[in-house]
Design a protein around this ligand. Sequence first.
Ligand code: NAP
Length: 311
Amino acid sequence: MAIENIIILGTGCAGLTAAIYTGRAQLNPLVLEGSQPGGQLTTTSEVENFPGFPEGIDGFMMMDNLRKQAARFGARYEHAKVDSIELNGDIKILKAGDKTYEAHSVIVATGARPRLLGIPGEQEMYGGKGVTTCATCDGAFYRDMDVTVIGGGDSACEEALFLTRFCSKVTLVHRRDTFRASKIMAERTLAHDKIEVCWNATPEAVLADESGNTRALQVTISDSGESKEIPCKGVFIAIGHIPNTDFVDGLLERDSNGYIIPSVGSQVRTSIDGLFAAGDCVDHVYRQAITAAGMGCQSAIEAERWLAEKE
Ligand code: NAP
């Protein structure tokens, strides 16, 4: 079996940017795409905040463009969901079902997926019909409308505060009577006159109007058992993300939420030489397309340098 120079795991913004850079560096990258080719942006209708697109760009089209751009510089694509990475000296052995790949260097850019609620209506209205997991991406589409945000952590408070820029009213729906969020975020949220908190509320269903768009969130108030409909055009789910990193368990250090912890002094190097990590599987703070692309670029340059030093 030929040993690849570099294998990139993931075809979101981080993985494809790494593919463009390593392709242009003549490293002939092999890109393995897992269960969501194109990553999280393919579920966003329009990307308005990626620099260089004054009119915005459709998320799916943007990822397709990145994919073609990397292919132009020699990136090769295969469908494979990697289950584990083992080491044989400096060689990384990747197992994906019954396939095995070997590489000198690897960039893990497997992203994260938003945690979802699993309630009726959520899937049906996800991505364009009122249910979303990203206020930064979709908030501007809800100008002068009432929305709900679900969650009680920093993400939920941040999303709610961000949405006050556009929306007429933001109802923050939390399942307990105290926030998990940091004190400063909780205080800002509670002090905002556009935000109302619905405490002790368990989301039960997203309700649709006759066109199939969101019209309300149905919740149960836990202490009284009361069932309540909160009218809203948008439901923003902010109950955390799940990084796609289980396959590096025991190999790379991860934090308690599963995010890969990079080496001290680097954003993209890991404790294993020649193994890099970029994008939302590492970054739990910014989680933007542009920051993921930036980390993809960094990881590609680091990999290129590491390979050059090895020669
Ligand atoms: P998080 O802290 O894990 O909070 C998730 C929230 O969602 C919790 O309030 C939780 O309720 C609720 N939740 C979880 N599952 C639920 C379900 N099935 N139904 C209803 N509610 C549910 O996640 P996060 O807010 O995304 O934050 C993740 C990490 O990133 C944290 O360390 C956070 O501090 C950090 N972060 C920081 C900032 C910032 O500093 N600006 C911004 C964003 C994130 P319970 O409280 O009842 O468990």
